[in-house]
Design a protein around this ligand. Structure first.
Ligand code: EPZ
Length: 427
């Protein structure tokens, strides 16, 4: 069992190069299954969830290999099945994109009900509603989703709730369907636009991605391409908040500032000095951390995947802040861990009231999910003393080389392997 040990109090200074976007990669890699030939995907983050997706595709017969540290060559041609392995696919959320991709490729998919971060109910009813509208039928048995169609035809689909996953899955299933598909109340996240750009570069005909109405005109064939994935807005935001929490001066590079607008706006409201460059953003502590209120919203609102991180920053700001988590039912589980470090936060359903304290103090804490783990790192970097973080597998699902990137800007962070018996003694 590995843990992070972080000694807080170091002001983070310097540049962090941001990796490719996890949630774009988890959509684009399975989307290659729609192609008649191989695709070269660049700027792929080498993280656990991506490695799991690669193993699932290899288990299904696809040829997938790393050309260098961030470039994949994915050849779908040898694919021999439409069934995804249940062990791996059930551990992550992004594997559900195999439903839309396989439906679009061969009109059949058998995929486990998705896993992923546990912060409330994570239904797929809108995905299935979209597949049905396109002419598919589905059944749920033994924890597997079995979806198939004799043929797929275009349709108009209104999403009752703005859903990133459903928007992506319906795009994947519709891109080779007969006729026009209109997705209304679609999600507008940067990774939706990235997927649409990737599919269009393969020969698809998708318009309106990034707005709430996406039109997909079905085409016969998609061909292989070389494509580079957008930078990860949430990884960038995480390092920006870490810089602010340590009263430091951190510049995130290889970013698209437009994707970070809501995060920059909130940090500015808190009193940080923000400087925007063409492909970089600098966050510098300017002597104060003011309270501010947060409401998470679908893009272009403040991203829910930044909620644990910003709440941690607010826990050491001046005054009382209100955080409203409007996307997920139960995304404050990490607060119990923060309170072990001295945070003063009271949670009531989707609302958290954050009373800023002068400082946090080190304690043994758990990374209860991916972004909660990022919040624990931020808290530990700002806290007095040495914090021990366990369940770091959750962090490494979505943050590439997090130890090296933090050490490069001055963090005192070590990854330690703790033997089982030591673990037992620790308890
Ligand atoms: C994606 O999850 C991301 N995961 C999540 O990021 C992110 O929090 C979320 O989008 C919102 O931005 C990946 O891309 C792999 P949704 P997804 O469908 O697609 C409801 C991270 O930290 N809903 O947009 O599962 C749902 O309950 C992860 O990187 C339905 O009701 O999220 C939620 O309230 C964590 N029915 C809301 O929509 C459905 O069929 C938004 O969910 C689907 C969703």
């Amino acid at each position: 069992m590995d843990k992070f040990f972080i000694s807080g109090g170091q002001q983070l200074q310097g540049e962090v190069r941001i990796s490719g976007a996890k949630n774009a990669a988890l959509a684009i890699i399975p989307a290659v299954l729609l192609s008649d030939d191989a695709c070269r995907i660049e700027n792929v983050p080498n993280i656990t969830d991506v490695r799991a997706m690669i193993r699932i595709l290899r288990d299904m017969g696809a040829n997938v290999r790393w050309m260098n540290r961030s470039t994949l060559l994915v050849d779908p041609c040898p694919l021999g099945t439409y069934v995804a392995s249940d062990e791996l696919a059930g551990q992550m959320r992004g594997s559900y994109y195999l439903m839309g991709a396989m439906l679009g490729r061969c009109h059949h998919a058998v995929v486990p009900m998705p896993g992923g971060c546990n912060f409330g109910v994570r239904p797929i009813d809108l995905h299935l509603k979209g597949f049905s509208a396109l002419g598919a039928s589905y059944s749920l048995e033994g924890g597997m989703v079995n979806v198939s169609a004799t043929e797929l035809h275009g349709s108009s689909i209104y999403l009752d709730v703005v859903s990133v996953g459903a928007t992506i899955n319906i795009m994947l299933a519709a891109v080779k369907a007969d006729g026009m598909t209109v997705i209304e109340n679609a999600a507008k996240e940067p990774h939706i636009v990235d997927l649409a750009n990737f599919l269009n570069s393969m020969g698809a005909d998708i318009r309106g991605a990034g707005t709430d109405v996406i039109k997909v005109h079905g085409v016969e064939h998609l061909h292989g391409v070389t494509y580079s994935i957008i930078p990860d807005q949430i990884e960038a935001g995480t390092y920006m908040v870490a810089g602010a929490a340590t009263h430091g001066d951190v510049t995130v590079t290889n970013v698209i500032p437009k994707h970070l607008e809501s995060i920059m706006a909130k940090l500015e409201e808190m009193g940080l000095e923000i400087t925007e460059f063409d492909e970089a953003v600098r966050v510098r502590y300017a002597g104060k951390l003011n309270k501010c209120n947060i409401k998470t919203m679908p893009h272009p609102g403040f991203p829910t995947d930044m909620q644990p991180q910003i709440t941690t920053l607010l826990s050491i700001a001046n005054g009382t802040s209100i955080v409203n988590e409007s996307v997920w039912d139960n995304r404050f589980r990490y607060v119990d861990e923060l309170k072990r470090m001295g945070a003063q936060i009271s949670v009531n359903g989707k609302l958290a009231v954050v009373e800023g304290v002068d400082h946090l103090t080190a304690a043994p804490v758990k990374a209860t999910d991916l972004r909660a783990g990022a919040a624990m790192i931020i808290a530990a970097l700002a806290a007095q003393g040495t914090t021990e973080i366990s369940q770091i597998r959750n962090i490494e699902r979505g943050y590439e080389n997090v130890v090296e990137k933090l050490q490069k800007i001055g963090a005192d962070i070590r990854r330690v392997t703790v033997q089982k018996d030591e673990e037992a003694q620790a308890v």
